[in-house]
Design a protein around this ligand. Structure first.
Ligand SMILES: *Cc1c(COP(=O)(O)O)cnc(C)c1O
Length: 476
Protein backbone atom coordinates (compact mmCIF):
# COMPACT_ATOMS: atom_id res chain seq x y z
CA UNK A 1 0.00 0.00 0.00
CA UNK A 2 1.44 3.33 -1.13
CA UNK A 3 0.33 6.80 -0.05
CA UNK A 4 -0.03 9.86 -2.29
CA UNK A 5 -0.53 13.55 -1.56
CA UNK A 6 -3.79 15.37 -2.38
CA UNK A 7 -1.66 18.06 -4.09
CA UNK A 8 0.16 15.56 -6.29
CA UNK A 9 3.64 16.96 -5.67
CA UNK A 10 5.11 14.57 -3.10
CA UNK A 11 6.79 11.23 -3.76
CA UNK A 12 4.79 8.10 -2.97
CA UNK A 13 5.39 6.95 0.59
CA UNK A 14 4.73 3.90 2.76
CA UNK A 15 2.70 3.88 5.98
CA UNK A 16 5.70 4.12 8.32
CA UNK A 17 7.13 7.00 6.24
CA UNK A 18 4.05 9.13 6.86
CA UNK A 19 3.22 7.93 10.40
CA UNK A 20 5.23 10.60 12.19
CA UNK A 21 4.65 13.40 9.70
CA UNK A 22 1.83 15.90 9.32
CA UNK A 23 1.42 17.61 5.97
CA UNK A 24 3.05 16.15 2.87
CA UNK A 25 6.06 18.19 1.65
CA UNK A 26 3.89 19.78 -1.08
CA UNK A 27 1.39 21.06 1.53
CA UNK A 28 -1.18 18.35 0.81
CA UNK A 29 -2.53 15.47 2.89
CA UNK A 30 -1.67 11.83 2.39
CA UNK A 31 -4.23 9.25 1.27
CA UNK A 32 -3.82 5.66 0.09
CA UNK A 33 -3.31 5.47 -3.68
CA UNK A 34 -6.60 3.53 -3.76
CA UNK A 35 -8.97 2.31 -1.06
CA UNK A 36 -8.83 -1.41 -0.26
CA UNK A 37 -12.08 -3.21 -1.10
CA UNK A 38 -13.70 -5.59 1.34
CA UNK A 39 -15.60 -8.39 -0.37
CA UNK A 40 -18.67 -10.18 0.95
CA UNK A 41 -16.78 -13.24 2.23
CA UNK A 42 -14.35 -11.03 4.10
CA UNK A 43 -17.17 -8.95 5.57
CA UNK A 44 -18.87 -12.14 6.76
CA UNK A 45 -15.64 -13.21 8.47
CA UNK A 46 -15.06 -9.78 10.02
CA UNK A 47 -18.54 -9.86 11.59
CA UNK A 48 -17.33 -12.59 13.95
CA UNK A 49 -14.20 -10.80 15.17
CA UNK A 50 -13.75 -9.13 18.57
CA UNK A 51 -12.71 -5.45 18.39
CA UNK A 52 -8.93 -6.01 18.51
CA UNK A 53 -9.15 -8.61 15.74
CA UNK A 54 -11.34 -6.36 13.64
CA UNK A 55 -8.89 -3.48 14.11
CA UNK A 56 -6.02 -5.70 12.95
CA UNK A 57 -8.01 -6.90 9.92
CA UNK A 58 -8.77 -3.32 8.85
CA UNK A 59 -5.26 -1.99 9.53
CA UNK A 60 -3.61 -4.80 7.59
CA UNK A 61 -5.40 -3.58 4.49
CA UNK A 62 -3.77 -0.15 4.83
CA UNK A 63 -0.29 -1.08 6.10
CA UNK A 64 2.14 -3.17 4.08
CA UNK A 65 5.35 -2.24 5.89
CA UNK A 66 4.50 -3.76 9.29
CA UNK A 67 4.09 -7.52 9.51
CA UNK A 68 0.63 -8.99 10.13
CA UNK A 69 1.87 -10.54 13.35
CA UNK A 70 3.12 -7.20 14.65
CA UNK A 71 -0.12 -5.42 13.69
CA UNK A 72 -2.13 -8.05 15.53
CA UNK A 73 0.05 -7.76 18.63
CA UNK A 74 -0.27 -3.97 18.61
CA UNK A 75 -4.06 -4.17 18.36
CA UNK A 76 -4.31 -6.81 21.09
CA UNK A 77 -2.26 -4.63 23.42
CA UNK A 78 -4.24 -1.48 22.56
CA UNK A 79 -7.87 -2.57 22.45
CA UNK A 80 -8.44 -4.06 25.89
CA UNK A 81 -11.53 -4.01 28.08
CA UNK A 82 -9.41 -2.48 30.81
CA UNK A 83 -8.47 0.61 28.77
CA UNK A 84 -11.82 0.99 27.03
CA UNK A 85 -14.10 0.13 29.94
CA UNK A 86 -13.60 3.19 32.13
CA UNK A 87 -16.72 5.12 31.11
CA UNK A 88 -20.27 3.99 31.81
CA UNK A 89 -20.59 1.28 34.43
CA UNK A 90 -23.61 -0.28 32.68
CA UNK A 91 -21.82 -0.60 29.33
CA UNK A 92 -20.38 -3.85 28.06
CA UNK A 93 -16.65 -3.18 28.52
CA UNK A 94 -15.72 -6.51 26.96
CA UNK A 95 -17.34 -5.32 23.72
CA UNK A 96 -15.25 -2.13 23.20
CA UNK A 97 -17.45 0.47 21.47
CA UNK A 98 -20.77 -1.15 22.44
CA UNK A 99 -24.01 -0.14 20.73
CA UNK A 100 -26.94 1.21 22.76
CA UNK A 101 -30.42 1.63 21.25
CA UNK A 102 -32.05 4.94 22.17
CA UNK A 103 -35.33 4.22 20.41
CA UNK A 104 -36.35 1.93 17.55
CA UNK A 105 -34.10 2.71 14.59
CA UNK A 106 -31.74 5.04 16.47
CA UNK A 107 -28.66 3.84 18.34
CA UNK A 108 -25.62 5.33 20.03
CA UNK A 109 -22.18 3.87 19.33
CA UNK A 110 -20.31 4.35 22.60
CA UNK A 111 -16.82 5.53 21.72
CA UNK A 112 -16.11 7.46 24.90
CA UNK A 113 -15.38 4.83 27.53
CA UNK A 114 -11.60 5.19 27.18
CA UNK A 115 -9.29 6.96 29.67
CA UNK A 116 -10.15 10.57 28.69
CA UNK A 117 -13.86 9.87 28.17
CA UNK A 118 -13.90 11.07 24.56
CA UNK A 119 -13.80 9.24 21.22
CA UNK A 120 -10.28 10.49 20.46
CA UNK A 121 -8.96 7.70 22.72
CA UNK A 122 -10.14 5.15 20.13
CA UNK A 123 -7.42 6.25 17.69
CA UNK A 124 -4.89 7.98 19.92
CA UNK A 125 -4.13 4.92 22.06
CA UNK A 126 -3.25 2.99 18.90
CA UNK A 127 -1.13 5.91 17.71
CA UNK A 128 0.87 5.67 20.95
CA UNK A 129 1.62 2.02 20.23
CA UNK A 130 2.45 2.71 16.58
CA UNK A 131 4.81 5.57 17.44
CA UNK A 132 6.62 3.44 19.99
CA UNK A 133 6.89 0.60 17.47
CA UNK A 134 8.24 2.85 14.70
CA UNK A 135 10.76 4.58 17.00
CA UNK A 136 12.02 1.25 18.34
CA UNK A 137 12.80 0.11 14.79
CA UNK A 138 15.17 3.04 14.23
CA UNK A 139 16.28 3.63 17.82
CA UNK A 140 15.07 7.24 17.60
CA UNK A 141 13.20 9.35 20.11
CA UNK A 142 10.40 11.86 19.59
CA UNK A 143 9.22 15.04 21.29
CA UNK A 144 5.55 15.69 20.59
CA UNK A 145 4.57 19.35 20.68
CA UNK A 146 0.92 20.34 20.62
CA UNK A 147 -1.68 22.87 21.67
CA UNK A 148 -5.04 21.94 23.12
CA UNK A 149 -8.22 23.49 24.38
CA UNK A 150 -9.24 20.16 25.89
CA UNK A 151 -9.91 16.78 24.29
CA UNK A 152 -7.00 16.28 21.89
CA UNK A 153 -4.26 17.14 24.34
CA UNK A 154 -5.47 14.86 27.07
CA UNK A 155 -6.07 11.97 24.67
CA UNK A 156 -2.50 12.40 23.40
CA UNK A 157 -1.04 12.48 26.91
CA UNK A 158 -2.93 9.39 28.05
CA UNK A 159 -1.82 7.59 24.88
CA UNK A 160 1.87 8.49 25.23
CA UNK A 161 2.35 8.35 29.01
CA UNK A 162 4.89 5.81 30.20
CA UNK A 163 6.45 5.36 26.74
CA UNK A 164 10.14 6.18 27.34
CA UNK A 165 11.07 7.06 23.74
CA UNK A 166 8.36 9.72 23.56
CA UNK A 167 7.89 12.99 25.43
CA UNK A 168 4.76 15.15 25.18
CA UNK A 169 4.86 18.93 25.50
CA UNK A 170 1.27 20.15 25.57
CA UNK A 171 0.35 23.81 25.61
CA UNK A 172 -3.01 24.84 27.07
CA UNK A 173 -4.48 28.25 27.88
CA UNK A 174 -3.82 29.01 31.56
CA UNK A 175 -7.05 29.16 33.55
CA UNK A 176 -9.31 28.71 30.52
CA UNK A 177 -10.18 25.02 30.54
CA UNK A 178 -12.88 23.42 32.66
CA UNK A 179 -11.73 22.19 36.08
CA UNK A 180 -12.32 18.62 34.90
CA UNK A 181 -10.27 18.99 31.72
CA UNK A 182 -7.47 20.76 33.57
CA UNK A 183 -7.33 18.09 36.24
CA UNK A 184 -7.42 15.34 33.63
CA UNK A 185 -4.23 16.64 32.03
CA UNK A 186 -2.35 18.26 34.88
CA UNK A 187 -2.76 15.32 37.26
CA UNK A 188 -0.56 13.14 35.05
CA UNK A 189 2.76 12.85 36.83
CA UNK A 190 4.57 10.62 34.33
CA UNK A 191 8.14 11.77 33.69
CA UNK A 192 7.54 12.01 29.93
CA UNK A 193 4.50 14.34 30.13
CA UNK A 194 5.06 18.12 30.23
CA UNK A 195 1.98 20.30 30.68
CA UNK A 196 2.61 23.93 29.80
CA UNK A 197 -0.04 26.44 30.88
CA UNK A 198 0.35 29.47 28.62
CA UNK A 199 -0.66 32.91 29.86
CA UNK A 200 -2.95 33.56 26.91
CA UNK A 201 -5.81 32.05 24.91
CA UNK A 202 -5.88 28.88 22.81
CA UNK A 203 -4.90 30.80 19.66
CA UNK A 204 -1.73 31.98 21.40
CA UNK A 205 -0.87 28.34 22.18
CA UNK A 206 -1.48 27.34 18.58
CA UNK A 207 0.60 30.26 17.24
CA UNK A 208 3.50 29.27 19.50
CA UNK A 209 3.40 25.68 18.23
CA UNK A 210 3.31 26.94 14.65
CA UNK A 211 6.24 29.28 15.25
CA UNK A 212 8.35 26.44 16.66
CA UNK A 213 7.34 24.08 13.84
CA UNK A 214 8.26 26.70 11.24
CA UNK A 215 11.81 26.83 12.60
CA UNK A 216 12.86 23.76 10.66
CA UNK A 217 16.38 23.61 12.05
CA UNK A 218 15.08 23.72 15.64
CA UNK A 219 12.37 21.21 14.85
CA UNK A 220 14.81 18.75 13.32
CA UNK A 221 17.44 19.18 16.01
CA UNK A 222 14.97 18.55 18.83
CA UNK A 223 13.10 15.82 16.90
CA UNK A 224 9.74 17.56 17.28
CA UNK A 225 6.59 15.93 15.93
CA UNK A 226 2.82 16.39 16.22
CA UNK A 227 -0.31 14.30 16.70
CA UNK A 228 -2.92 16.58 15.15
CA UNK A 229 -6.13 15.53 13.46
CA UNK A 230 -4.62 15.24 9.96
CA UNK A 231 -2.45 12.34 11.13
CA UNK A 232 -3.35 9.50 8.78
CA UNK A 233 -3.00 6.72 11.37
CA UNK A 234 -5.66 8.40 13.50
CA UNK A 235 -8.06 8.44 10.57
CA UNK A 236 -7.51 4.80 9.71
CA UNK A 237 -7.92 3.70 13.35
CA UNK A 238 -11.32 5.39 13.30
CA UNK A 239 -12.43 3.39 10.26
CA UNK A 240 -12.59 0.30 12.50
CA UNK A 241 -15.54 1.39 14.63
CA UNK A 242 -17.75 2.03 11.62
CA UNK A 243 -17.44 -1.68 10.87
CA UNK A 244 -18.02 -2.47 14.55
CA UNK A 245 -21.16 -0.28 14.65
CA UNK A 246 -22.51 -1.79 11.45
CA UNK A 247 -22.11 -5.37 12.71
CA UNK A 248 -23.69 -4.50 16.07
CA UNK A 249 -26.74 -2.85 14.50
CA UNK A 250 -27.49 -5.52 11.88
CA UNK A 251 -28.02 -9.27 11.72
CA UNK A 252 -26.58 -9.85 8.25
CA UNK A 253 -24.39 -8.08 5.71
CA UNK A 254 -27.39 -7.59 3.40
CA UNK A 255 -28.61 -4.71 5.53
CA UNK A 256 -27.69 -1.04 5.30
CA UNK A 257 -27.21 1.52 8.08
CA UNK A 258 -26.63 5.27 8.31
CA UNK A 259 -24.22 7.07 10.63
CA UNK A 260 -24.61 10.49 12.25
CA UNK A 261 -21.34 12.17 13.26
CA UNK A 262 -20.81 15.30 15.38
CA UNK A 263 -18.09 17.00 13.33
CA UNK A 264 -15.33 19.56 13.70
CA UNK A 265 -12.19 18.95 11.68
CA UNK A 266 -13.86 16.28 9.51
CA UNK A 267 -11.59 13.53 10.87
CA UNK A 268 -14.21 11.28 12.41
CA UNK A 269 -16.69 11.39 9.53
CA UNK A 270 -13.87 11.06 6.96
CA UNK A 271 -13.24 7.63 8.45
CA UNK A 272 -16.90 6.80 7.73
CA UNK A 273 -16.48 7.93 4.13
CA UNK A 274 -13.46 5.62 3.81
CA UNK A 275 -15.37 2.68 5.34
CA UNK A 276 -18.06 3.29 2.72
CA UNK A 277 -15.46 3.37 -0.07
CA UNK A 278 -14.16 0.02 1.21
CA UNK A 279 -17.59 -1.47 0.66
CA UNK A 280 -19.29 -1.20 4.06
CA UNK A 281 -23.04 -0.91 3.28
CA UNK A 282 -23.56 2.67 4.49
CA UNK A 283 -26.66 4.48 3.26
CA UNK A 284 -26.12 8.00 4.60
CA UNK A 285 -23.33 9.83 6.39
CA UNK A 286 -25.10 12.49 8.40
CA UNK A 287 -22.73 15.31 9.29
CA UNK A 288 -23.73 17.39 12.32
CA UNK A 289 -22.24 20.77 13.19
CA UNK A 290 -22.95 23.28 15.94
CA UNK A 291 -23.35 27.02 15.33
CA UNK A 292 -19.99 26.92 13.51
CA UNK A 293 -21.62 25.50 10.41
CA UNK A 294 -18.85 25.66 7.78
CA UNK A 295 -19.41 22.04 6.78
CA UNK A 296 -23.20 22.10 6.94
CA UNK A 297 -23.10 25.09 4.61
CA UNK A 298 -20.93 23.15 2.15
CA UNK A 299 -23.16 20.08 2.03
CA UNK A 300 -26.29 22.19 1.66
CA UNK A 301 -25.02 24.73 -0.89
CA UNK A 302 -21.73 23.56 -2.40
CA UNK A 303 -19.88 26.57 -1.03
CA UNK A 304 -16.93 25.97 1.28
CA UNK A 305 -16.17 29.22 3.08
CA UNK A 306 -13.64 29.28 5.91
CA UNK A 307 -14.50 31.59 8.77
CA UNK A 308 -12.37 34.28 10.38
CA UNK A 309 -11.42 34.00 14.04
CA UNK A 310 -13.93 36.76 14.79
CA UNK A 311 -16.70 34.76 13.09
CA UNK A 312 -15.88 31.54 14.96
CA UNK A 313 -18.10 31.25 17.99
CA UNK A 314 -17.33 29.72 21.37
CA UNK A 315 -20.19 27.25 21.91
CA UNK A 316 -21.31 24.68 24.45
CA UNK A 317 -19.99 21.93 22.15
CA UNK A 318 -16.48 23.45 22.12
CA UNK A 319 -14.63 20.61 20.40
CA UNK A 320 -16.61 21.39 17.25
CA UNK A 321 -15.77 25.11 17.22
CA UNK A 322 -13.81 25.27 13.99
CA UNK A 323 -13.18 27.96 11.40
CA UNK A 324 -12.06 25.45 8.76
CA UNK A 325 -12.00 21.65 8.63
CA UNK A 326 -8.45 20.39 8.30
CA UNK A 327 -9.30 16.93 6.90
CA UNK A 328 -11.84 18.19 4.35
CA UNK A 329 -9.21 18.34 1.59
CA UNK A 330 -9.03 14.54 1.63
CA UNK A 331 -12.73 14.23 0.85
CA UNK A 332 -12.54 16.87 -1.88
CA UNK A 333 -9.63 14.98 -3.49
CA UNK A 334 -11.93 11.95 -3.84
CA UNK A 335 -14.87 14.07 -5.02
CA UNK A 336 -12.90 15.66 -7.87
CA UNK A 337 -11.86 12.23 -9.12
CA UNK A 338 -8.51 12.39 -7.33
CA UNK A 339 -7.28 15.10 -9.65
CA UNK A 340 -4.53 16.89 -7.70
CA UNK A 341 -4.48 19.79 -10.18
CA UNK A 342 -8.09 20.60 -9.31
CA UNK A 343 -7.37 20.33 -5.57
CA UNK A 344 -4.42 22.70 -5.93
CA UNK A 345 -6.59 25.20 -7.80
CA UNK A 346 -9.38 25.02 -5.21
CA UNK A 347 -7.01 25.54 -2.29
CA UNK A 348 -5.28 28.40 -4.08
CA UNK A 349 -8.70 30.02 -4.42
CA UNK A 350 -9.34 29.35 -0.73
CA UNK A 351 -6.07 31.07 0.20
CA UNK A 352 -6.78 34.05 -2.01
CA UNK A 353 -10.54 34.50 -1.63
CA UNK A 354 -11.50 32.55 1.48
CA UNK A 355 -13.95 30.23 -0.28
CA UNK A 356 -14.72 28.04 -3.26
CA UNK A 357 -18.01 26.84 -4.66
CA UNK A 358 -18.64 23.44 -6.23
CA UNK A 359 -22.36 23.99 -6.87
CA UNK A 360 -22.03 25.05 -10.49
CA UNK A 361 -19.32 22.49 -11.32
CA UNK A 362 -19.62 18.87 -12.50
CA UNK A 363 -18.28 17.85 -9.05
CA UNK A 364 -21.49 18.86 -7.27
CA UNK A 365 -23.22 15.74 -8.59
CA UNK A 366 -20.47 13.64 -7.00
CA UNK A 367 -21.13 15.36 -3.66
CA UNK A 368 -24.86 14.61 -4.02
CA UNK A 369 -24.08 10.98 -4.82
CA UNK A 370 -21.62 10.68 -1.91
CA UNK A 371 -24.26 9.77 0.67
CA UNK A 372 -23.45 12.84 2.75
CA UNK A 373 -26.25 14.94 4.20
CA UNK A 374 -25.91 17.49 6.97
CA UNK A 375 -27.51 19.71 9.56
CA UNK A 376 -26.57 22.01 12.42
CA UNK A 377 -27.59 22.56 16.00
CA UNK A 378 -27.65 25.37 18.53
CA UNK A 379 -27.23 25.76 22.27
CA UNK A 380 -30.99 25.59 22.87
CA UNK A 381 -31.48 22.52 20.66
CA UNK A 382 -28.55 20.88 22.47
CA UNK A 383 -30.22 21.44 25.85
CA UNK A 384 -33.60 20.23 24.61
CA UNK A 385 -32.09 17.06 23.13
CA UNK A 386 -30.20 16.23 26.34
CA UNK A 387 -33.25 16.94 28.51
CA UNK A 388 -35.69 15.00 26.33
CA UNK A 389 -33.49 11.92 26.06
CA UNK A 390 -32.78 11.96 29.78
CA UNK A 391 -36.47 12.27 30.65
CA UNK A 392 -37.43 9.41 28.36
CA UNK A 393 -34.56 6.96 28.89
CA UNK A 394 -32.57 8.12 31.93
CA UNK A 395 -29.45 8.34 29.78
CA UNK A 396 -27.38 11.53 29.84
CA UNK A 397 -25.46 12.40 26.67
CA UNK A 398 -22.81 15.07 26.22
CA UNK A 399 -23.40 18.33 24.26
CA UNK A 400 -21.43 17.18 21.16
CA UNK A 401 -23.28 13.89 20.96
CA UNK A 402 -26.52 15.83 21.41
CA UNK A 403 -25.74 17.79 18.23
CA UNK A 404 -25.35 14.44 16.47
CA UNK A 405 -28.61 13.02 17.84
CA UNK A 406 -30.52 16.19 16.95
CA UNK A 407 -29.37 16.11 13.30
CA UNK A 408 -29.64 12.29 13.10
CA UNK A 409 -33.37 12.51 13.86
CA UNK A 410 -33.87 14.91 10.94
CA UNK A 411 -32.47 12.33 8.54
CA UNK A 412 -33.85 9.03 9.83
CA UNK A 413 -35.41 6.83 7.17
CA UNK A 414 -37.78 3.90 7.56
CA UNK A 415 -36.01 0.55 7.67
CA UNK A 416 -32.45 1.92 7.88
CA UNK A 417 -30.95 1.99 11.37
CA UNK A 418 -29.27 5.28 12.24
CA UNK A 419 -26.15 5.04 14.40
CA UNK A 420 -25.05 8.21 16.15
CA UNK A 421 -21.40 8.29 17.19
CA UNK A 422 -20.95 9.29 20.82
CA UNK A 423 -17.94 11.62 20.91
CA UNK A 424 -17.64 12.32 24.66
CA UNK A 425 -19.20 11.51 28.01
CA UNK A 426 -21.28 14.17 29.78
CA UNK A 427 -19.01 14.17 32.85
CA UNK A 428 -16.60 16.39 30.89
CA UNK A 429 -19.18 19.13 30.36
CA UNK A 430 -20.95 19.52 33.70
CA UNK A 431 -21.96 23.16 33.22
CA UNK A 432 -24.09 22.49 30.14
CA UNK A 433 -25.56 19.30 31.62
CA UNK A 434 -26.66 21.16 34.75
CA UNK A 435 -28.29 23.75 32.53
CA UNK A 436 -30.11 20.99 30.63
CA UNK A 437 -31.30 18.67 33.39
CA UNK A 438 -30.71 20.60 36.61
CA UNK A 439 -28.14 18.28 38.06
CA UNK A 440 -24.54 17.10 37.76
CA UNK A 441 -23.79 14.53 35.06
CA UNK A 442 -22.95 11.01 36.23
CA UNK A 443 -19.24 10.55 36.82
CA UNK A 444 -17.41 7.25 36.16
CA UNK A 445 -16.11 5.51 39.28
CA UNK A 446 -12.40 6.09 38.74
CA UNK A 447 -12.85 9.85 38.33
CA UNK A 448 -14.52 10.77 41.64
CA UNK A 449 -11.48 12.53 43.11
CA UNK A 450 -9.99 13.82 39.84
CA UNK A 451 -9.91 17.52 40.73
CA UNK A 452 -8.36 16.77 44.14
CA UNK A 453 -5.34 14.91 42.76
CA UNK A 454 -2.00 16.75 42.82
CA UNK A 455 -1.34 18.67 39.60
CA UNK A 456 1.93 19.25 37.81
CA UNK A 457 2.37 21.95 35.17
CA UNK A 458 4.67 24.80 34.18
CA UNK A 459 3.39 28.31 33.51
CA UNK A 460 4.92 30.19 30.57
CA UNK A 461 4.14 33.57 29.03
CA UNK A 462 2.90 33.58 25.41
CA UNK A 463 6.47 33.98 24.21
CA UNK A 464 8.07 31.72 21.59
CA UNK A 465 11.62 32.32 22.87
CA UNK A 466 10.61 31.16 26.34
CA UNK A 467 8.95 28.06 24.90
CA UNK A 468 12.05 27.21 22.89
CA UNK A 469 14.21 27.61 25.98
CA UNK A 470 11.86 25.30 27.89
CA UNK A 471 12.06 22.69 25.11
CA UNK A 472 15.86 22.96 24.97
CA UNK A 473 15.96 22.23 28.67
CA UNK A 474 13.47 19.35 28.77
CA UNK A 475 13.45 17.64 25.38
CA UNK A 476 15.90 14.84 24.76
C1 LIG B 1 -12.66 16.16 18.37
C2 LIG B 1 -14.09 16.13 18.78
C3 LIG B 1 -15.13 16.28 17.83
C4 LIG B 1 -14.86 16.57 16.36
O1 LIG B 1 -14.24 15.51 15.69
P1 LIG B 1 -13.56 15.73 14.25
O2 LIG B 1 -12.83 14.48 13.97
O3 LIG B 1 -12.65 16.92 14.41
O4 LIG B 1 -14.65 16.01 13.27
C5 LIG B 1 -16.43 16.17 18.26
N1 LIG B 1 -16.73 15.94 19.55
C6 LIG B 1 -15.76 15.80 20.50
C7 LIG B 1 -16.17 15.56 21.91
C8 LIG B 1 -14.42 15.88 20.14
O5 LIG B 1 -13.47 15.74 21.08
Amino acid sequence: MKYVSTRGGAPEAAFLDILLSGLAPDGGLYLPESYPKVGRAELDAWRLLPYAGLAAAVLRRFISDISAVDIEALCERTYTAQVYGQGRADSDAAQIAPLRWLQPGLALLELSNGPTLAFKDMAMQLLGGLFEYALARTGEELNILGATSGDTGSAAEYAMRGRPAIRVFMLSPHGRMSAFQRAQMYSLTDANIFNIAVEGVFDDCQDMVKAVSNDLEFKRRLRIGTVNSINWARVVAQVVYYFKGYFAATATNDERVSFAVPSGNFGNVLAGWIAKQMGLPIERLVLATNENDVLDEFFRTGRYRVRSAAETRATSSPSMDISKASNFERFVFDIVGRDATTVRALWRRLDEQGSFDLASTPHWQAVKDSGFVSGSSTHVRRLVTIRELHARTGLVIDPHTADGVKVAREHQAQGVPMICLETALPAKFAETIIEAIGREPPRPAGYADLERRPQRFAVLPADVARLKAYLEAHAR
